[in-house]
Write a protein that binds this ligand. Structure first.
Ligand code: GTP
Ligand code: MG
Length: 184
C-alpha cells in the first residue's frame, strides 16, 4: 500500500497588492478571487484581505493571502507593518492615468526598503498595467518602454490586465506564484 497516498505539499504565501488610488487593486482581487467586477468605486481604508486557494499541481496546494493595501497608505506610516513577511507583490497602475505610472517607483522604493526575502533579496514584484480596456496614455502605450522599465527597476515582469474584462488576471497571478515558488 505504500505510495498509495500522495504527499501533498502546502504553501501559504502572503502577497501584497499596492499602487496608487483607484488603479484597480481591489477590483483585480475581486475578479481573481470572486469572479466579480463592479464599476462602483469605494476607496479601501487601510487594508483588506482575501484568500485564494490554488491547486497548483497534483502534489501542491497553495493558499494565497492577498493584502489589498489602500492607495492612500503611501502617505501613511503603516506600510512597514503591512509588508512584513510578504513573499511577493503586484504593483498596479492605471494605463489611462500617467500620474499613476509616475508613482510606481515611489511604491517600489517603499516596498524594497521595508521588506525582503529571508536571504536579503527583494521580493518578486510584478507590474500590472491595469484597465487595458481603456485608451492607453503615455508609457502605457509602449510594450518596449514597459519591458525596459521593468528590467531597469527590478520587476520580474509586467502584464496588461483588465479586472473589468477579465484580461490576464489568472495569468499574472500564475506568473507571480511561479516566481515565488522558484525562490522557496
Ligand atoms: P484604492 O482602494 O482607493 O487604493 O483603489 P483601488 O486601487 O482598490 O481601485 P478599485 O479597485 O476600487 O477601482 C477603482 C475604479 O476603477 C472603480 O470604479 C473600478 O470599477 C474601476 N476599475 C478597476 N479595474 C478596472 C478595469 O480593469 N477597467 C476599467 N475600465 N475600470 C476598472
Ligand atoms: Mg481598493
Amino acid at each position: 500500500d505504500k505510495g498509495y497516498y500522495k504527499e501533498v505539499k502546502e504553501h501559504l504565501f502572503k502577497i501584497l497588492v499596492i499602487g496608487e488610488l483607484g488603479t484597480g487593486k481591489t477590483s483585480f482581487i475581486k475578479r481573481y478571487v470572486h469572479s466579480f467586477f463592479s464599476q462602483h468605486y469605494r476607496a479601501t481604508i487601510g487594508v483588506d484581505f482575501a484568500l485564494k486557494v490554488i491547486n497548483w499541481d497534483e502534489n501542491t496546494l497553495i493558499r494565497l493571502q492577498l493584502w489589498d493595501i489602500a492607495g492612500q497608505e503611501r502617505f501613511g506610516n503603516m506600510t512597514r507593518v503591512y509588508y512584513k513577511e510578504a513573499v511577493g507583490a503586484f504593483l498596479v497602475f492605471d494605463v489611462s492615468r500617467p500620474p499613476t505610472f509616475e508613482a510606481i517607483l515611489k511604491w517600489k522604493h517603499d516596498l524594497d526598503t521595508k521588506v525582503c526575502l529571508p536571504d536579503g533579496s527583494p521580493i518578486p514584484c510584478l507590474l500590472l498595467a491595469n484597465k487595458c480596456d481603456m485608451p492607453k496614455e503615455g508609457a502605457a502605450n509602449s510594450a518596449d518602454t514597459l519591458d525596459k522599465f521593468c528590467e531597469e527597476n527590478g520587476f520580474c515582469g509586467w502584464y496588461y490586465t483588465s479586472a473589468k474584462d477579465n484580461v490576464n488576471v489568472d495569468e499574472s497571478a500564475k506568473y507571480l506564484v511561479a516566481k515565488i515558488l522558484q525562490r522557496q
